[in-house]
Design a protein around this ligand. Sequence first.
Ligand code: PXG
Length: 294
Amino acid sequence: MALLIWFNGELLEEKDIRISPFDHGFLYGDGVFEGIRAYNGRIFKCWEHIDRLYESAHTLMIDIPLSKKEMVEAMKKTLRANELRDAYIRLVVSRGRGDLGIDPRRCDRGPTIVIIATGLALYPEELYEKGLKVVTANTRRIPADSFNPRVKSLNYLNNIMGKIEANNYGVPEAIMLTDNGIVCECTADNLFFVKNGTVVTPPTWLPILDGITRKTILWLCGELDIPHKEDCFTLHDIYNADEMFLCGTGAELIPVIEVDGRTVGDGTPGPIFRKILEHFRVYANSHGEPIYED
Ligand code: PXG
């Protein structure tokens, strides 16, 4: 069965979808997106993702013509049409078709909306067991007063530059810093470390994405009575951490065992990471917006 994709209100096969070369998502990266997961027949953190999508769009002054409820219905419809219970969902809203100038006012036909739901594309299980090696990117995170990375926009070139550096070093991820060397996040994941039993992650006023997995982990730490805080820190702190891990909708939670050639902790995924991962998996498989119940 060919994959059915939601495109401006219709479910179509990829070959039947046409997006204009004048679409400002294509011409300028002018738009927003979300990456969402469904586990076991439920959309995990559905409304949190929808809220973030609409907030990103509001900041960019893109008026999404669907209500949040209609957007969730469209997502469910797409999942049902493809008979999916465990899936990765990509929701994309571009500013739509305009002319060759950047002026958003020329995009007067409204946004282009696409929902893709596919099977899962996890990192190999081996990496969750063994952990990743990462490097620090020379490319700095865009300062929040230039363009706030809390907007999950279609313009990911800052992150892609970081990813190219990771690729050039032959590692799966790269750490990105602020322009004065404060640790922010990786190219598509938030970052945590553990020192003396306390879980630490950068605060969202730094130029990072306000990640939904990140927020879930902070909440889980509270539930599990694990000391945790949001704080600013440098590479020295993570080189000398007891444990480190990354998190995001795509990667879920993944341990880091080496940063810039320095072994983190004892070079294996640590006990606090394992505890959080175990509880995260149970929680993710039992909570969320049901896809098939109405
Ligand atoms: N930071 C950045 C820069 C991101 O793009 C995260 C953190 C994690 O956020 P969530 O809300 O997912 O916990 C992201 C996630 C993927 C993928 O396939 C993820 C993102 C972008 C592109 C692909 O995992 N964003």
